[in-house]
Design a protein around this ligand. Sequence first.
Ligand code: 9MR
Length: 595
Amino acid sequence: MAVVLAGTAPLAGQTTLRQAAAVRAIPIGAAASADEYGSSDLLKNPAYANLLSSQYSMLEPGNAMKWDVTQPTQTTFNFQPGDELVAFAQANGMRVRGHNLCWHTQFPSWLAPYAARATPAQMATLLENHITAEVSHFKGQVFAWDVVNEAFNDPSGSAVPGLRDSIWYDQPGIGQSGTGYIEQAFRWAHAADPNALLFYNDYSIEGPGAKFTAVYNMVQDFVQRGVPIHGVGFEMHLMTNGYPSAAGLAQNMQQLAALGLQVHITEMDVRLPVDSNGNASAANLQAQAQVYQTIMTVCLQQPNCTAFQVWGVSYADSWIPGFFPGYGAALPFDKNDQPTAAFNALVTAMQTTAPMLNANYVVNAAGYQGGAVAPGEIVTIYGANYGPANLVDYQLDASGKFSTSLAGVEVLFDGVPAPLVYALAGQVSAIVPFGVAGKQQTAVQYQYNPGNGAVASNTATMPVTAAAPAIFAFDATGSGPGAILNVDYKVNGASNPVAAGGVIQVFGTGGGAIVGGATDGALAPGAAALATQPVTATIGGVAAFVGYAGAAPGLVNGAMQVNLTIPPGLAPGPQPVVITVGTAASQKGITVAVK
Ligand code: 9MR
């Protein structure tokens, strides 16, 4: 029997949270500290640094990016502790969430006295300058910001709560009514880093109720009016009783998804009563593990739950004992950095929750249009959130065909495994088997076998169509210069345009069945025409002669090649190319460079 000795390297050989999350295409994070309050620098503590970087793929400064640290005087900024955390994250391949830009508390000592005599215009300038300075400083380094934190009152009864008193809202405020100050904060943050995801973050909004309604009403209004907001942070500071039900949490996430908003679980912990040594009972630790498993499972089941974070690295740096005397033991690692039952529960949830398959996220790999699939169409499937952490490219099997299994991933159409082009958790490319031809619909299922048993997605039913053509863009964006060769086999483009009368080879997919049939996953042996006719094309809106439309010899079956002759009379420069197979046209926006 193994004996765990103090000082033994923790977790040797054991799957980490970070590894388990990587195959679910979700970042897992922890609140982290450097030396922001002048105490010893936790990042310089090897045990802390090792646990943080080995177990988590994301960090959020618990305090280092708040006002009391970042603006110590009215005219000076201090981003050094935040910079240190960002550097640590970058050195360890971790993402950084920023927290926070506008809150009602944790201020530098000069701020409350200043606010007591400032005008709303002065307060607005102060907040704008702070947000602009901080977001600009961390631009490109912080992928998501909690822009405004905890702005609503706690609910009493069923009444929808109003806004909390704050120097930014009403004491004296920045001169905006209602949620206007929050809106303004989002606008300033967006102006400073248009690529950062902007979140509203709060607690007690994880389940349905009056406080969630208040937040929902605000973000719905923001979305409808185009205020730059991308998500809502659910803090998730829980106890083992009264935590949000799985159904309630899922419902809140779905309501926000319907607005196009993401959810990040930002500050999860589950506090337990502890003895004077900080130890919780085994029964409570088990109950806590169940809470962690439930919340992680719901997150993995909801496509818009896009990050999961706990509030502290281990018991040793948790805020709970200091704020809730008699409580502690709230995190997945104990005071000796050893994994707890909650750790096991999180790993179990990540290893056993079925991946998601959504028919709306199965799209043409060239044009990204969704809807019906065609025989042989190369599709990209987004969102199937269980697969290899790193991209695995196609492999040829013993018979020279594209393999139908890549690093444990399979995609089945009516039970027939599809040849795979590449596989990555959350993004897989497959070639629809030619056998779907003539069917009304096909049942699609995604599977991943990570080595501890296959986990299958739900089955999504998709309509089948004869052809769903699209042209590959040269840069894979779905528009702009196409994947087009001139007759000399050189890539067409601004520096290599083609003259009227010249012949181009246009590459795409979705042309449908091939005359004489095609073997799934095999390389096309030679020219063979598309079965669905007619095939027509326009270049610059003018009909172009179609010399050939069919398989792309040497490329995998399902790739489509169409040879077109450039019509006379076109203006030089990029001209749109559209190919129509039967009645289905390729996407707009693909161009060929004409001389
Ligand atoms: O973890 C933070 C703790 O170190 C600070 O003392 C405290 C001061 O307000 O803030 C804690 O973090 C809070 C977070 O910023 C917002 N949500 C609640 C968190 C726990 O209080």
